[in-house]
Design a protein around this ligand. Structure first.
Ligand code: GDP
Length: 414
C-alpha cells in the first residue's frame, strides 16, 4: 500500500493508500454548509427600453415580487429625462438557502429621441462599482469586502423581427468588455416561432459583424459529456426569447405561469413555448458562480490592469511603481543589488589602494635597506682598503724584517 518514487527534483514522493476513513471526502460538504450559512450573493443588471417587460421578467425569474406591478399611472407617467440607475436588493430563500439578489434597473435607457449617449451612465455605473471594489482591495483590512460589481447584464431587445437598432449595437459595443452580456428577445410571445428563429439569426449575425463578445459558458476538461451537452444546449438558445408573467392559469389541471391569448396560453415554464427555462437554468442553476468568477477573474482584472496602466502613463511613473506591488518589489530588489555591487566595488577599490600603498612602502624600505646595505658594504670595503693600505705601509716601513726575521728575532730574544 506504499510506493516511493524519486521525482526529477530528487524529492521522494510517497504515495499511500488510506487504510481507513479519514474524512476529507467530506470537504465538499463543508464548503456547501459554509456557503449555505453565509448565503449567496448575485447582482444582475437589466437594460432595455421601458415597457419591454424587464421588471416582470425579474419577478418571474426569481419567483418574487422584487418589483411591485407597475400602476397604469406609472406606465403613462412622464418618462425620465436621463438614464437613471436604480438598485433593488432582496434576501430571498429557497429550501433554507439564502440568496441576496440585487437587481440594477436602468430606467430611461433607449427612451429618448436621441439615444446616442444612453450607454454612458450605465458604463460609468459599472466602472464605479469596479472602482469601489479596487479601493477595498487596496485597504489594509480586506476581510469584509462588499462586492457590488455587476455579474450579468440582461440586455432586452425589442421584438421587432428586423435587426438590432443602432442603440442596441452601440450599447453592446461599449459594454462587452466590462460586463457579462446576455442578450434577450423581450416579449417573444408577440412573434411567431419562425419569426423568432429568423430574428435570432439576424441578431447573432449583427453581433458577429460588430465583434461583440457576449457571455459564453466555458468548457472545462473535467466536464462530463452530460454537462457539455447541457451547456451547449443552453448556449444554442442565445439570444434567449423569453416571456414573463406574474399570472397563473389552469391548463389541464396544472397551474402554469403564462400569458393568455384567444387561441391559447403561452406557458413561461414550458421549453416548447419559450427560452425562459434555459435562461433561468443558466443564470441560477448552472452558471451563477461561473458568471461571478468570469466577472472577477477576467472582466474586473482587465479593467484593473487598464486603469493602473492608464494611471502609470498619465502620471509620474513613480506613482505607477507605488501601485504595482510586483514591479515595485522587483525594482527594490534591483536597487538593492546595485547598491551591494557598488559597495563591493568601492571596497575593492579601497583594498586595492591600500595594497598598492603597502607595496610602495615595502618597495621603498627595500630600496632603503638595499641602499644602507650598499653603504655599509662600501664603508666596510673602504675600511678594509684603508687597513690594507696601513698594513702595506707598515710593512714597507720595515723592509728588513720579513716574517722569518720576526721569528728569528723572537728566538733571538730567547
Ligand atoms: P419594464 O418597463 O421593462 O420593466 O416592463 P414591465 O415589466 O413593467 O412590463 C410592461 C408591460 O409589458 C406590462 O403590462 C407587462 O404585463 C407586459 N409584459 C411583461 N412581460 C411581457 C411578455 O413577456 N409578453 C407580453 N406580451 N407582455 C409582457
Amino acid at each position: 500500500d506504499q510506493a516511493s518514487t524519486p521525482s526529477a527534483s530528487g524529492i521522494t514522493v510517497i504515495r499511500k493508500k488510506l487504510q481507513g476513513y479519514v474524512g476529507f471526502a467530506n470537504l465538499p460538504n463543508q464548503v456547501h454548509r459554509k456557503s449555505v450559512k453565509t448565503g449567496f450573493q448575485f447582482t444582475c443588471m437589466v437594460v432595455g427600453e421601458s415597457g419591454l417587460g424587464k421588471s416582470t421578467l425579474v419577478n418571474t425569474l426569481f419567483n418574487t415580487q422584487l418589483y411591485p406591478p407597475k400602476e397604469i399611472a406609472e406606465l403613462t407617467a412622464e418618462l425620465p429625462q436621463t438614464v437613471e440607475i436604480k438598485s433593488t436588493t432582496a434576501d430571498i430563500e429557497e429550501n433554507g438557502v439564502k440568496l441576496k439578489l440585487t437587481v440594477v434597473d436602468t430606467p430611461g435607457f433607449g427612451d429618448f429621441v436621441n439615444n446616442e449617449e444612453s450607454w454612458k451612465p450605465i458604463l460609468d455605473d459599472i466602472e464605479s462599482r469596479c472602482d469601489a471594489y479596487l479601493e477595498q482591495e487596496n485597504r489594509v483590512n480586506r476581510r469584509k469586502m462588499a462586492d457590488n460589481r455587476i455579474h450579468a447584464c440582461l440586455y432586452f431587445i425589442s421584438p421587432t423581427g428586423h435587426a438590432l437598432k443602432a442603440v442596441d449595437i452601440e450599447f453592446m459595443r461599449r459594454l462587452h468588455t466590462r460586463v457579462n452580456l446576455i442578450p434577450i428577445i423581450a416579449k417573444a410571445d408577440t412573434m411567431t416561432e419562425e419569426e423568432v428563429v429568423a430574428f435570432k439569426e439576424r441578431i447573432l449575425a449583427d453581433i458577429n459583424y460588430h465583434q461583440i463578445q457576449i457571455y459564453q459558458a466555458p468548457v472545462y476538461e473535467y466536464d462530463d459529456m452530460e454537462t457539455i451537452a447541457e451547456n451547449s444546449e443552453i448556449m444554442s438558445k442565445i439570444p434567449f426569447a423569453v416571456v414573463g408573467s406574474d399570472k397563473e392559469f389552469d391548463v389541464d389541471g396544472r397551474r402554469v405561469r403564462g400569458r393568455m391569448y384567444p387561441w391559447g396560453i403561452i406557458e413561461v415554464d414550458n421549453e416548447d413555448h419559450c427560452d425562459f427555462v434555459k435562461l433561468r437554468q443558466m443564470l441560477i442553476r448552472t452558471h451563477m458562480e461561473e458568471l461571478k468568477e468570469y466577472t472577477n477573474d477576467v472582466l474586473y482584472e482587465n479593467y484593473r490592469t487598464e486603469k493602473l496602466t492608464a494611471m502609470g502613463i498619465q502620471q509620474d511613473p513613480s506613482v505607477f511603481k507605488e501601485v504595482n506591488p510586483t514591479q515595485k518589489m522587483e525594482e527594490e530588489r534591483l536597487a538593492h543589488e546595485q547598491k551591494l555591487a557598488k559597495m563591493e566595488s568601492e571596497m575593492r577599490a579601497v583594498f586595492q589602494a591600500k595594497v598598492t600603498e603597502k607595496e610602495a612602502k615595502l618597495k621603498h624600505s627595500e630600496a632603503e635597506l638595499y641602499a644602507r646595505h650598499k653603504e655599509m658594504k662600501e664603508a666596510l670595503d673602504r675600511q678594509r682598503a684603508d687597513l690594507e693600505e696601513k698594513k702595506r705601509r707598515l710593512e714597507s716601513g720595515r723592509p728588513n724584517t720579513p716574517e722569518k726575521g720576526k721569528k728569528k728575532g723572537f728566538s733571538f730574544n730567547k
